[in-house]
Design a protein. Sequence first.
Length: 201
Amino acid sequence: MKILNFPTAVPDRFVIFDLEYLADRHLYDRYRRTDPDPASCRWPFRRVVSVSAMSVSVNDGVWEVDDFRSFINPDERENVRAFFDWMIERPMHRAVTWSGAAEDLPILKTAALEFGFPLPRQLRQNERDRLGFLHLDLSLIMKAGSGTHVHQLELAVRLGLPAKMAGSAGQVPHLVAENNFKKIGFIVPRQHLWPRFEVVI
């Protein structure tokens, strides 16, 4: 009889990502001119100025960071293209976000429609993903059906985790206005507690 030696655990693979974006006021003004009762400037009018992404493997409870980088460019099309290419290289990694289902994914899907990019499989909605096989939104898991949304920073403070060490996302509009995209690359990843990363500009 042949005995098969199976590993005690199959490595889990994840891609954890977060966007920073700015409102496109020209688009929003165009919308306001056509709607006599306009809504506030919501996600259809937001442009991606940076994406920070990390791929990790978890085996027997041990986490290993495989890659970490930020895609930062004044051109939204280039940010989204570079991020999608990076994601497509990792088709078996499960996407993880904080409140990504509310804004990050709609913004990325809208950009994909505008620029004609195919979506990475983790961002495609389908019946199988109702349980989060492809995308896991941690904010939805944590609030467990409650209507109350909280910021990631609030949870980090409660758990005693360092965060916002190099600045906050509120600085992004000012840095874009100054054309200081390199500094955005230092603010965005360090919000997420990881000091080693690659900035792609």
